[in-house]
Structures are given as C-alpha cells and as structure tokens.
Design a protein around this ligand. Structure first.
Ligand SMILES: Nc1ncnc2c1ncn2[C@@H]1O[C@H](COP(=O)(O)OP(=O)(O)OP(=O)(O)O)[C@@H](O)[C@H]1O
Length: 456
C-alpha cells in the first residue's frame, strides 16, 4: 500500500480533496482528476494500482450510467485495472451490477475512513486472472511503466514524455499544429492523440496523405465536387475538409505540395471555407488543422523557395518535433517488448521477451525507418522464431553502410561498451553502488545517472 499509485476521478473537487487527504497518509501517490474524459490519456501514460471512479458525473443524475460507461472504457484500455466505484446514491443492486461489469469493489459516499482504506487495500492486493497478486508500485510487465500495452495505439517510451506533455497542453486549444519528424517516428500517432485529447474528440478525425494526391485529384479530394464538374463526377461529393467539420483534419506529407496546391490550401485556411469543384457556393468549415512532414519546411522557405512562408506561418502555430529512434535508445527496449507481446498474441506464438544480446544490437543499429521499421522487424522475428526469447539470430538488420562509419553509430557503440562495463562491474560487486562507482572512477550520482540511462 505504501508503494501504490492511485487515481481518483470525481467531478466534485471537495470529494477529491477530502479523499486525497485521507489516502495520502497511506499511499505513495494519489492523482486526482475532475474530468473523466482525461482517463484514456492518464491510463496510457501511467500505471495505477487502483482507480476510484465516481458513478455519476452530472449532478442530479443517479442512474450510474456514466460510471458504468467509464468503467467499460477503463477495462477496454486495461483489462486488469482495479476499479472501485464511488457513489452517493449507491444501492445493493448497483453494487452487484458494478462488480459483474468488472469493478473490483464499490464504496458509498460519505465514506467511513477505515472501510474506504480497507476496500482500497483489498483491491490493490486482489489476485488477477492468473491468481497473481500484483506488487504495488512494481511493473507487472516490463513495459507497463512507460505505457499500457492493451490499447492498439498506446504511445510507448519515456523519451516521448516531453512531447506528450506538450500534446496534453496543446490539445484543448484549437491551435494549428505542425508535427515534424523522420518517417516512422509516430507523427500520425501523435496527431491522433492531439485529437483524442481535444474538445473535438467526439467529432471526426480525417487523415489525408496530401503528398500522394495528384494535381488533378487534390482539389476534388480536399474540397469536394458537384455532379458534372468533370468526366468522372457522377454525383455531388463532399471533400475531406467538409467531412472533418466539427473535428480535426490531419494533412500528412504537407512538404510535398506543389506551389499551386499550396496557394489553394492557403486560401481555404484564410477564409475557413471551401468551394466544391464546379460550384460557386462557399461552405464554412470548422476544423482544427494538424499537418506533418519529414521535410525541413523552414529551410524550404528560403531560396529557391519550395514552401510558402505565409502558409508555413498558418500551419505552424505550434511545432512538435519527434526525435528519431536512434536518438532515444532507452525507448527501444519498451517498444520491442510491446511489439513482441502484441504480435505473439496476434500470431499465437510463444515469444515472451527480447534477449539482452539482441537489445544491445538493437541499440547499436541506426533504425533509418524508426519505430515502423522496429515494429516490422519484431513482427517478422516473432513469426519466425521458435523459442520464447528473441535472439540476434532471429533478427535481420537492414544493411546500412552509412551507419557503419557515422558518428551516431560510433556514439552508440561507445554507449554499448560503457553499458557492458557498468553491468560487469555491478555483477562483480553484487550491485554495491559505492564499490562500483569507486572502481569506475565515477561519483555515485554519475553512476546512478548512467544506470538509469542504460536501464540497468
Ligand atoms: N511511441 C510509439 N509507441 C508505440 N507505437 C509507435 C510509437 N511511435 C510509432 N509507433 C508505431 O509505429 C508505426 C509508425 O508510426 P506513424 O505512422 O505514426 O509514423 P509517421 O511518423 O506518421 O510515419 P510517416 O512519416 O511514414 O507517415 C505505427 O504503427 C505506430 O503505431
């Protein structure tokens, strides 16, 4: 209980404050949240030992319907979550329904302190489906500490934390966002996360790869057309901007637009209205704009100009840059674990882990295709491997001659050697920080920093 991390979700700030005051004396971390809409984001980025959830978020509503809906959503994201439902209007029938629906327990408001604490204690120590009682504050799977794995688009990796913090701050504003990053770094994933955490989340999310649109398709695809506007236009059709009305439009590969396309897009963004091809009637569209590119757009606004500066200013109110995978080696382990589990389940394969030798090789590789390449490499290895642990022999690293001599590769090799040296010295002194630091000529703090960096 002392190590545990709890989440309390209730729309009454007084209830949150009182519950937190009581629980803080017994539990290491107590997070509070007024808005249940934040639940997916919180669950994807934290690991809670138990969640106390209000049944009724709108005053004067006592059916508990909202509580049940949120309970379902939580269990969807994490089927092993321990949820205690909280209600001022509780009755036995609702308690039974909640537990049948997957809640760990039920507490009535106003609560009795002892009873409330006891309910939380038993929920935390309740055995899971495998008969295992979890250890509070400890990860139950290697990657749960960084993000949930059961949700298809969980965002994995501590190095993504600063990006996710910005996503959280920016999402509720309607600011235009430009996401920069190499291919496969997760730009699409982040665009969806912004939408999911925005006030438009119940509206549509429309994603268009504008880089793939030919000059002739560009206008009708984005802005729509009317019947007879051109040979194939047999019906009136709304464009993607109209489809995104009330929601978010995500324009991927924005750096590939021709000057003509850039001019058309700029007009639409300035006027916030679209005119279907062949029509003269403008329609107002209310969309939040997110764009992405792997190109350096500010460099392209210079001479020779390939991207209009006025368009860049329209789309980059907020700029988010996603680091390439080779610059975040500490994320490789959690990502590889996540994909290994995902594909082992999908293909019904025995693979359960990645060997330390393979992880070291993965950290030395340049990953030109970033997370997408890692994902595909793990998928292939899971399918082909016979054992429970993926080994270097199960893996095919793309021959990347540039990487053999690149400074990045040298840095990674040095880091791998440093990691190995620390690991060996830790074994020699059976984990005694003082002895290891002395032998390696490091301060204790410097050693701790390296242990954390290398995930040792
Ligand atoms: N941090 C992450 N955690 C989990 N999965 C990730 C992460 N980053 C990327 N992925 C996965 O990697 C794949 C590629 O990501 P995504 O399509 O978002 O990249 P992208 O930058 O938009 O690529 P492109 O530039 O080629 O369009 C997807 O399957 C995505 O789910």
């Amino acid at each position: 209980m002392q190590q545990a991390k709890l989440l309390l979700v209730d729309d009454d700030p007084d209830v949150l404050l009182a519950a937190r005051l009581l629980l803080k004396r017994h539990v290491a971390t107590v997070d509070i949240e007024k808005n249940p809409e934040k639940l997916p984001f919180l669950l994807n980025n934290n690991r809670y030992d138990a969640i106390v959830l209000d049944m009724n978020f709108q005053r004067d509503v006592s059916s508990g319907r909202e509580g049940f809906a949120w309970l379902d959503r939580i269990l969807d994201i994490d089927p092993s979550a321990r949820v205690i439902l909280f209600t001022a209007y509780g009755d036995v029938e609702m308690a039974v329904r909640a537990i049948k629906a997957g809640a760990a327990d039920f507490v009535l408001k106003p609560w009795q302190n002892d009873k409330f604490l006891e309910t939380i204690r038993s929920a935390i120590h309740k055995p899971d489906g495998n008969g295992q009682a979890p250890e509070p504050g400890k990860q139950t799977t290697p990657d749960r500490g960084t993000a949930r794995t059961s949700k298809p688009n969980a965002i994995i990796g501590n190095a993504m934390r600063p990006v996710l913090d910005t996503v959280e701050r920016v999402a509720p504003t309607d600011a235009n966002v430009l996401i920069l990053g190499e291919n496969g770094t997760g730009k699409d994933l982040i665009a969806r996360a912004i939408h999911e955490h925005s006030n438009r989340r119940t509206g549509p999310f429309v994603s268009v790869d504008v880089g793939a649109l030919t000059e002739s398709l560009f206008e009708s695809e984005l802005f729509g057309h009317v019947k007879g506007a051109f040979t194939d236009a047999r019906d009136d059709r709304a464009g993607r901007f109209e489809e995104a009305h009330g929601g978010t439009i995500f324009l991927d590969e924005i750096g590939n637009l021709t000057p003509n396309q850039q001019a058309r897009l700029l007009t639409v963004l300035q006027q916030r209205q679209v005119t279907r091809v062949g029509s003269n009637k403008a329609r107002l569209v209310d969309v939040r704009l997110i764009c992405a590119t792997n190109a350096d757009l500010s460099e392209q606004t210079g001479s020779p100009m390939r991207f209009r500066q006025d368009l860049l200013y329209r789309i980059n109110t907020i700029e988010l840059t996603l680091p390439p995978l080779r610059e975040r080696p500490t994320d490789i382990g959690p990502l590889a674990d996540h994909f290994a589990k995902k594909y082992a389940k999908q293909y019904n394969r025995p693979v359960a882990s990645i060997s330390p030798a393979l992880l070291t090789e993965m950290k030395q590789y340049r990953w030109p295709g970033n997370v997408r390449e890692l994902q595909h490499a793990v998928e292939r290895a899971v399918i082909l491997s016979q054992g429970k642990t993926l080994e270097p022999a199960d893996f095919v690293f793309r021959k990347d001659t540039a990487s053999a001599t690149s400074p990045v590769n040298e840095t990674l090799q040095l880091e791998a050697m440093e990691r190995q040296l620390i690991q060996q010295t830790m074994q020699k002194y059976r984990g005694s920080i003082t002895d290891v630091a002395r032998e390696l000529g490091l301060s204790r703090q410097a050693l701790y920093r390296r242990l954390e960096k290398f995930g040792l």
